[in-house]
Design a protein around this ligand. Structure first.
Ligand code: CTP
Length: 432
C-alpha cells in the first residue's frame, strides 16, 4: 500500500473570519494524524472565533497572528518564510474580506501578504452569510478566482447558517476539504475536464428476496464516488447514479446525485443520463439476479430455503446495453471484480462487454477491492490485449489515473482551457 498522499506534506492553513473557523481545529488535528506537517495563520477576525492556542497544540507548531509578522529577531519576514515553506495551502474558511484582499492584490495582513508571496497550490473554501455570498462584489471576486492558476476554489454549500438564514454560504464539510486537499497533492489544480460531462455509477444494487430480505453485495461505492469527486475537482459536470453508499455524505458535495436501489432503477437512470455524457464510468456492483415476480408476503425461514432455488432471472447487462446504444465519441469505462486469476478473466470480460477501457481488481486480497481504502489491478484497452498494471495506491490516486486514461480518449472540448503541466511535488524539507 502506498503512503497517504498527505503524509509528510507541509500544509499551511489560513483561517479567516467566518464562524466556520470553529471547524478548523479538528480538521488540523486530522491532517496531523495523517502525517502532514501543519502551520496555521489566523486573521484578526478569525482569532476572535477560534483559539490560536488550540491550533498551536493540535498542529504541534506555533500558530501565527498579525502581530507576529515583523520581529527584530526574525531574519526573514514571516509571510515570505511561511509562503516558501508551504507545499499546499488550505484557505478555510475564506471570508469575503480575505477573498477581496487576495483577489485585489492587497497584502495588509499576515495571511494576505503570505498568499501574495506564495506559489504553492491552494485550496480555497469560501464561507459567509447568504446575502454576502450573493452580493455583486463577492460574486465578481469569486468569479475571477475561478481562472487562477494554482487555485482550486470550492464554493460554499446550502444549509442553515449561523445567522439563522437558510441558503448558500456554509463552508464545504471538513471531510470534503480533506479529500480535496489529497486531490490537490496528487493531481494539482488543473481542470482538464472543464466543459465535459461524466456519468458515474457507484455502489451496490439491491434486489428484494421478499419484503424483508434482499440480495446485494459488499460494495461501499467508494471507488465510484471518488472517481466522481475527482472529476468534479478537475472541472467536470458529474452525474452520479448510486445504490446505497457507505461513504461520508460530504463526498457527494458538488455532484448531481440520483439514488437508486434496484438494477432496473439503475438502468433507467443511466439510460436517461447517457445522451448527456461525454464519458461513462460504470463502477456500480450490480446484483446478478432478481426475482422474476416480486413477493408481497414475507417468507418464513422454511419457505425461504425452498424459494431460494427458484423464481429468479438474470439482471440484464446494463454496461453492455450502454455500449450498444452509445452515441459517437462517447467513451465508456467498465469495472470488473474477480477472485483468482484476475487478468485472464478480465481480458475475456473486456472482449464480452465492448467498453473502451476496463479496470479489473482482485477482491480476495487485503488492501484491494470492496470497501478498502486502496486498490490495485489492471487497466485494459483501448486496443485488444492492451493492459497496464496499476500498483497498489489510494482509491483517490487510482481515480485520477482512470480519469486521465478516460480524458485522453475524449475529444478536446471546444472551449477547453490550455492544460498546464502537473506541479512536481516539492522535495521533503525539514521543519524550521
Ligand atoms: N455490470 C452491468 N450490469 C450487470 C452486471 C455488471 O452493467 N448486470 C457492469 C458492472 O457495473 C461492471 C462490469 O459490468 O462495470 C463488470 O461487472 P462484474 O460484476 O465484474 O461482471 P458480470 O458482468 O456481473 O459478470 P460475472 O459476475 O459473471 O463476472
Amino acid at each position: 500500500m502506498s503512503p497517504d498522499p498527505l503524509a509528510g506534506r507541509r500544509v499551511l492553513v489560513g483561517i479567516s473570519g467566518s464562524i466556520a473557523a470553529v471547524k478548523l481545529p479538528l480538521l488540523v488535528s486530522a491532517l496531523v494524524q495523517r502525517g502532514a506537517s501543519v502551520r496555521c495563520v489566523l486573521t484578526a477576525s478569525a482569532a476572535r472565533l477560534v483559539s490560536a492556542e488550540a491550533l498551536a497544540c493540535l498542529s504541534r507548531q506555533p500558530c501565527h497572528l498579525d502581530a507576529d509578522q515583523w520581529s527584530p529577531q526574525a531574519a526573514r519576514p514571516l509571510h515570505v518564510e511561511l509562503a516558501e515553506w508551504a507545499e499546499l495551502v488550505l484557505l478555510a474558511p475564506l471570508s469575503a474580506t480575505s477573498l477581496g484582499r487576495w483577489v485585489h492584490g492587497l497584502g495588509d495582513t499576515l495571511l494576505a501578504s503570505t498568499l501574495l508571496a506564495c506559489e504553492a497550490p491552494m485550496l480555497a473554501a469560501a464561507a459567509m452569510n447568504t446575502a454576502m455570498w450573493s452580493s455583486p462584489g463577492v460574486r465578481a471576486n469569486w468569479q475571477s478566482l475561478q481562472g487562477w492558476q494554482r487555485v482550486l476554489p470550492i464554493g460554499p454549500s446550502q444549509g442553515l447558517l449561523a445567522c439563522d438564514r437558510l441558503g448558500d454560504g456554509r463552508m464545504a464539510e471538513p471531510e470534503l476539504l480533506l479529500l480535496a486537499l489529497e486531490s490537490l497533492a496528487l493531481w494539482g489544480w488543473r481542470r482538464d475536464w472543464q466543459g465535459l460531462n461524466l456519468v458515474v455509477s457507484a455502489g451496490p444494487t439491491r434486489e428484494a428476496l421478499d419484503p424483508a430480505r434482499c440480495l446485494t453485495n459488499p460494495s461501499s461505492g467508494r471507488m465510484g464516488v471518488l472517481l466522481a469527486q475527482a472529476a468534479r475537482l478537475r472541472g467536470a459536470r458529474v452525474e452520479l447514479v448510486h445504490g446505497p453508499l457507505q461513504v461520508p455524505a460530504a463526498w457527494l458535495d458538488g455532484l448531481i446525485c440520483r439514488a437508486v436501489t434496484t438494477a432496473a432503477e439503475l438502468e433507467q437512470a443511466l439510460v436517461e443520463a447517457q445522451p448527456r455524457a461525454d464519458a461513462i464510468a460504470m463502477a456500480a456492483a450490480v446484483a446478478d439476479h432478481r426475482r422474476a415476480r416480486p413477493l408481497q408476503q414475507k417468507l418464513s425461514k422454511q419457505e425461504l430455503a425452498q424459494e431460494l432455488g427458484r423464481g429468479w432471472e438474470p439482471v440484464p447487462d446494463i454496461l453492455k446495453g450502454l455500449v450498444d446504444r452509445r452515441p459517437p465519441d462517447q467513451v465508456i469505462l467498465g469495472f470488473a471484480a474477480h477472485s483468482g486469476d484476475v487478468l485472464t478473466q478480465a481480458l475475456a470480460k473486456w472482449g464480452r462487454k465492448g467498453c473502451d477501457l476496463l479496470f479489473a481488481n482482485p477482491i480476495d486480497e487485503p488492501g484491494a477491492g470492496f470497501a478498502a481504502a486502496s486498490n490495485r489491478g489492471w487497466l485494459l484497452g483501448p486496443s485488444p490485449g492492451e493492459r497496464h498494471e496499476l500498483e497498489s495506491q489510494s482509491k483517490l490516486a487510482l481515480a485520477h489515473r482512470l480519469l486521465s486514461a478516460l480524458r485522453q480518449r475524449i475529444r478536446p472540448p471546444a472551449d477547453a482551457p490550455p492544460c498546464p503541466p502537473a506541479p512536481a511535488p516539492a522535495p521533503a524539507a525539514a521543519d524550521p
